[in-house]
Design a protein around this ligand. Structure first.
Ligand code: URA
Length: 229
């Protein structure tokens, strides 16, 4: 990889800023000052910036505890993005794997690896997503069968895929979906005459939201969690 690309990717600086650092002698490779911006370096090259080691570029796989009031898109006119929480190089270019509504809380996966993000969101991979749902009215026990069979949502042509509902108390349940249609949980409850007043995602596939994470906090996924998707 070219040294300017290596530095831009690992530090998050622009190519222009990197070129300035190189031209002013701030970068060394194996203790030698580098002046050639097009120099090719190995992925594990020993590069220093102002005497401090530069970590080679790599992919990030993160879980975030999303608080209310943030959106799962890179930009939105009215609400800040969940990417604002991520203090890593090139965070603004990362992929948010599936969307939660602005008022939904819980587990969000974020990565710089586009192929992995696709595996999380593609319905073909049938990655179950578990939500804790609080409703305005009591949850009818008939909802278990209705959701298991699939139901038609307003203005859609295909019924929902079978979903698993576990009723925890009169107004609280766990719902596991194999797909992620627009406002799906809220629309499924609306279709049976109820209203979602609280929604929190707890789990995606085998990855459970770490209960050590406060809203707005994130951590890197373990190698096992990354491999589980
Ligand atoms: N379903 C919804 O209705 N909202 C979400 O944020 C996620 C799933």
């Amino acid at each position: 990889m070219r040294i300017d690309k290596f530095l831009a990717q690992s530090t998050g600086l622009s190519r222009k800023e990197v070129h300035r650092l190189i031209q002013t002698g701030k970068i060394t490779l194996d203790d030698e000052v580098i002046k050639n911006i097009g120099l090719h370096v190995k992925d594990d090259a020993d590069i220093l910036l102002n005497g401090f080691p530069v970590e080679p570029p790599r992919d990030y796989y993160l879980m975030l505890h999303k608080p209310e009031g943030f959106v799962c898109s890179n930009q939105d006119g009215s609400h800040p993005s969940v990417l604002n929480f991520i203090e890593l190089p090139r965070a603004d270019e990362m992929t948010i794997c599936g969307r939660l509504d602005v008022d939904t809380t819980g587990l969000v996966l974020i990565t710089s690896d586009g192929k992995w993000a696709h595996r999380v969101t593609s319905p073909r991979h049938k990655t179950g997503k578990r939500y804790r749902v609080v409703t305005a009215d009591p949850i009818a026990s008939s909802a278990i069968d209705t959701f298991a069979q699939g139901l038609m949502l307003n203005s859609e042509l295909k019924p929902t895929l079978p979903a698993e509902l576990e009723i925890l108390s009169s107004h609280e349940a766990l719902l596991t979906l194999q797909e992620g249609r627009y406002h799906q949980v809220k629309r499924m409850f609306a279709a049976i005459g109820n209203k979602v007043v609280g929604l929190h995602r707890e789990k995606i596939g085998f990855i459970t939201l770490d209960d050590e994470l406060e809203p707005g906090e994130y951590r890197e996924l373990t190698a096992d969690e990354v491999a589980a998707i």
